[in-house]
Design a protein around this ligand. Structure first.
Ligand SMILES: [Zn+2]
Length: 443
C-alpha cells in the first residue's frame, strides 16, 4: 500500500524514476546480445549529441580525423582517446553541451581520495536514473517496494536545510529513513538499533565502513537483530572484512553496488553474488594497463545518460575483471569482478617509484583483531598505519602488524618506513567517507 502511495506522490512531483525503473526491470531479462546491441545504440546517440553540441568533442573528433558515423563497433570506439580527471579540470566549460543552460544544471563534485575534488555538471534526468538504478540494485538484492530502507549516509551536505538535488538522499527512496553517518557514537548506534527493530523487514544501504562500525557495535554488545533482510553497500570499496562482520551482525547477505557521483549506476550485485554491469546506464570497457594486477584491467566508463556534460571513455580510476560466465539469476547483464585498490590508491615514493595500495591492503588483510585501518603517507619514506582494534585484538595480531615493515623490506618495493598507531577513530573527511589511503605528498 505504501508503495502505491509513493508512486502517486512521485508522479505528482513529476518524478520519472518509476518509469525508468520499469524500463530497467524489463531490460534485465533480455539476452546479453540484445542488451549490448541496445547499449551500443545508446552510445551512438550520445556520440552524435557530443559531436554536434559539445565543443571539446567537436574538436577531439576533428583532431582525430574521425566522425561519429564511422563508429560502428566497440573496436572503433576504443580508438578514441580517453578522458581523464585532468582533462576535465582543464576543459570544464568546453565539455558542457550548448543544448543545456548551465544555470539550470546541477553542480556536482567527487569527494576525491587524494587531491582536490572534481567539479562537473549533471541534468535532473541523471538524478532520476540514479534513483531508478538504486531501486533496481535493491531489488536485485531481494528488496521489495514498500520495505523500509535505512540509508546510513554520511555527507553533511545531505543533512543541510538547503535543498540540493543530489543532497536529499531521502528523496531517492521514499521508504527511506536516513541515519546520519557523519556523526555517530554508541548512543546513536543504539538509537539506530531501536529504529530498525520497529520495522518488520528492513534493508540497510550505505557506506561499508560505517555499516561495519555499526556491525562491530552489534556483535560486541551481543545485540540480536533478526529483521534485516539485506544490505546494499555503495560508494566505497567493500572489503572482505566488511562483508564478514556485516554477515555476522545482521545474518543476511551483503550486496555491493558500483558507481560514483560522476558515473552513477555502473554495476550491481544480485542475490546470487553476480556483479552485473548495468548496460542501459554505463558503457564499460576493460583496458589493458601496465599497472593492472593479475586478471584485472583498467575500467574505462562512458555514462550513457549524461548529456549535459558527456564523459566519453572516462578513466574512473578502478580496476576490474570482465567475466564471460552466465549468472544463476538468469539476468542478461554481463558480469564483472571488482579489483582491489583504485588507481590513485598508490603512493609515490623516493625517485618517483610507486607503491601500490593493493600491496599494503594485503599486509593487513586477515589480521582478525583489526576493525579498520588507514595508510597515511607523511613524506616520500614515512607512512603511518592507523589501526582501530577490536576487543579481540591479541598479542598474535600485534606481532603480525609489527612484521609488516620486515615483510615490505623483503619485497621489491620502494623504501618505506611504516609506523603503527593505535587509534580510536579516524578524522572525518568532508564527505564523511572513510579513506583507506591519504597522502601528504603532492605528485
Ligand atoms: Zn545474477
Amino acid at each position: 500500500m505504501r508503495s502505491l502511495v509513493q508512486r502517486f506522490a512521485a508522479r505528482v512531483r513529476g518524478s520519472r524514476r518509476y518509469a525508468y525503473l520499469k524500463e530497467y526491470e524489463g531490460l534485465q531479462w533480455h539476452s546479453r546480445e540484445e542488451l549490448e546491441a541496445d547499449q551500443f545504440d545508446r552510445l551512438r546517440a550520445l556520440l552524435q549529441h557530443a559531436y554536434k553540441t559539445v565543443p571539446y568533442y567537436r574538436e577531439m573528433f576533428m583532431h582525430a580525423g574521425a566522425h561519429p558515423d564511422e563508429i560502428k563497433s566497440r573496436a572503433d570506439y576504443a580508438k578514441l582517446p580517453c578522458l581523464t580527471k585532468d582533462i576535465i579540470k582543464r576543459n570544464r566549460n568546453a565539455l558542457i553541451s550548448s543544448r543545456f543552460d548551465v544555470n539550470a544544471l546541477h553542480g556536482n563534485s567527487t569527494g576525491g581520495s587524494t587531491g582536490e575534488p572534481l567539479q562537473f555538471f549533471q541534468e535532473m534526468g541523471v538524478y532520476e536514473q540514479m534513483c531508478a538504478n538504486l531501486m533496481l540494485g535493491l531489488k536485485m538484492a531481494g528488496w521489495r517496494e514498500g520495505e523500509r530502507v535505512f540509508s546510513i549516509w554520511g555527507n553533511p551536505r545531505d543533512f543541510s536545510k538547503k535543498r540540493s538535488v543530489f543532497g536529499k538522499i531521502r528523496e531517492i527512496l521514499s521508504t527511506s529513513v536516513i541515519l546520519n553517518a557523519y556523526k555517530y557514537n554508541e548512543d546513536i548506534f543504539n538509537s539506530w538499533i531501536a529504529a530498525i527493530r520497529r520495522s518488520s523487514n528492513a534493508f540497510i544501504y550505505g557506506y561499508p565502513s560505517v555499516i561495519s562500525d555499526f556491525a562491530h557495535h552489534i556483535v560486541n554488545n551481543n545485540v540480536r537483530l533478526k529483521n534485516v533482510k539485506g544490505i546494499l553497500t555503495s560508494a566505497e570499496q567493500l572489503l572482505d572484512d566488511h562483508r564478514n562482520i556485516l554477515e555476522k551482525a545482521f545474518h543476511c547477505k551483503v550486496n555491493d553496488q558500483y558507481g560514483s557521483r560522476e558515473c552513477p549506476g555502473i554495476a550491481s550485485e544480485c542475490a546470487h553474488g553476480g556483479m552485473h554491469l548495468l548496460t542501459h546506464s554505463s558503457y564499460v570497457e576493460f583496458v589493458d594497463d601496465p599497472e593492472a594486477q593479475g586478471e584485472t584491467k583498467k575500467v574505462v566508463v562512458t555514462p550513457l545518460n549524461s548529456y549535459a556534460m558527456p564523459f566519453l571513455r572516462y578513466e574512473i580510476g578502478d580496476y576490474a575483471q570482465p567475466l564471460n560466465s552466465v549468472c544463476a539469476c538468469g539476468r542478461g547483464f554481463p558480469l564483472m569482478r571488482m579489483g582491489i585498490g583504485r588507481l590513485y590508491d598508490r603512493f609515490v615514493c623516493e625517485g618517483g617509484q610507486v607503491l601500490h595500495g593493493t600491496l599494503l591492503v594485503r599486509q593487513v588483510a586477515g589480521i582478525r583483531g583489526i576493525r579498520n585501518f588507514q595508510f597515511h603517507q607523511r613524506d616520500l619514506v614515512n607512512i603511518d598505519l592507523n589501526v582501530i582494534r577490536t576487543t579481540a585484538f591479541d598479542e598474535d595480531d600485534r606481532v603480525k602488524i609489527e612484521a609488516i615493515n620486515t615483510n615490505l623490506a623483503g619485497l621489491s618495493v620502494p623504501r618505506v618506513a611504516l609506523r603503527v598507531n593505535y587509534v580510536d577513530s579516524f578524522p572525518q573527511t568532508v564527505g564523511g567517507k572513510h579513506r583507506i589511503f591519504i597522502s601528504d605528498v603532492r605528485s
